[in-house]
Ligand binder design. Structure first.
Ligand SMILES: Nc1ncnc2c1ncn2[C@@H]1O[C@H](COP(=O)(O)OP(=O)(O)O)[C@@H](O)[C@H]1O
Ligand SMILES: [Mg+2]
Length: 318
């Protein structure tokens, strides 16, 4: 097995379908063992990119290396070393969970069926259930199990939590963290901000076939200039002008017993609290709002394209 410094290397990748430019010259590198997230709205080019990396689509231009291999020329070897998530339509409804696991073990030429995956993914009690009787979350967990059958070094998961309720989504998040702990590289696509924020070591924000940002979630959040906002409830009276005079406070407004202050830099919140106490008012509660990945995303992609918590019925793999 060849060791590589870069699990995935992409340069100048382009793909169009007729007049539609799906992927418009993108490049990125993924370090081994990282969770890398392609974040973007529907139609941004996530699935096309992932299919090119998996060797299931031929790019119009660009070069791709996965584990140092060419996804098209070295497809046979790569197929054994990567984990690919199936689409629902690719499984026969009238197969039982254990039969599916066995079938794929044979396809991947495993000597033993890795039954422990069922237990690990919380599917043990569904062992004898037909595929079409599984819930959405159980099907997705089975797809994760199938993607892991060959103990892959890189796992591709395309919108794996789309259409799941929050509970099932969190279960999948735990599985993804487990895959990373096992040492594999994970390439994940999502249009859920919280998912990228919760899981990714690096996030590439994709918009209309182009990468508009690629960094750690923390660095992305730092990259947008945005004041922190603090809301406090106080007992007693406050002088807004005196609050605004505090170093680091940009604006302060008082509405009844609530003070809303915005500020930048380090330490201003502590100085604000001291300033409030100095004014003979006592603080009842305090909440802060810091920049989130969502703010970065909106700043980079434009609000019009983002629909928060897209409908649960949306088709995966579009
Ligand atoms: N097989 C296809 N034929 C024609 N157009 C396609 C095909 N697959 C995707 N597209 C188009 O390419 C663009 C990118 O699609 P896709 O890669 O599926 O994005 P995403 O996964 O981010 O939703 C979209 O405009 C989509 O309509
Ligand atoms: Mg897609």
């Amino acid at each position: 097995m060849n060791r590589v410094d870069t699990a995935v290397h992409v340069e100048g990748l382009r793909k169009r379908y007729g007049d539609t430019i799906a992927v418009d010259g993108i490049g990125f590198d993924i370090d081994p063992g990282q969770v890398f997230c392609l974040l973007g709205p529907n139609g941004a080019g996530k699935t096309t990119t992932i299919e090119c990396l998996e060797g299931y689509r031929r790019p119009d231009a660009g070069s791709i290396r996965v584990l140092g291999l060419d996804p098209l020329a070295d497809h046979g070897e790569l197929r054994r070393r990567i984990g690919v998530q199936l689409q629902e339509a690719s499984l026969p409804a009238r197969l039982k969970v254990w039969e599916i696991l066995k079938l794929f073990s044979v396809l991947y030429e495993r000597e033993k069926v890795p039954w422990s995956l069922l237990d690990h993914l919380g599917l043990e009690e569904k062992r004898d259930a037909y595929f079409d009787k599984l819930s959405g979350g159980q099907k997705q967990r089975l797809f994760v199990a199938l993607a892991l059958i060959n103990e892959p070094e890189v796992v591709f998961l395309d919108e794996i939590t789309t259409g799941l309720d929050p509970r099932a989504r969190h279960a999948i998040w735990d599985l993804i963290r487990g895959i990373k702990e096992g040492g594999a590289t994970v390439v994940l696509s999502t249009h859920f901000m919280e998912e990228a924020e919760a899981l990714a070591d690096r996030v590439a924000i994709l918009r209309a076939g182009k990468i508009v940002a690629n960094d750690t979630p923390e660095a992305l959040m730092r990259s947008i200039q945005r004041d922190d906002e603090v809301r406090v409830h106080v007992e007693g009276s406050l002088d807004a002008a005196a609050i605004e005079a505090i170093e680091g406070v940009a604006t302060a407004s008082i509405d009844g017993d609530q003070l809303i202050a915005r500020g930048v830099g380090r330490g201003w919140i502590a100085r604000l609290v001291n300033g409030i106490e100095a004014q003979d008012a006592s603080l009842l509660d305090l909440s802060t709002r810091r920049a989130s990945l969502e703010d970065v995303y909106l700043a980079l992609t434009g609000e019009d394209e983002y629909s928060p918590e897209s409908p649960a019925t949306e088709e995966a793999g579009t």
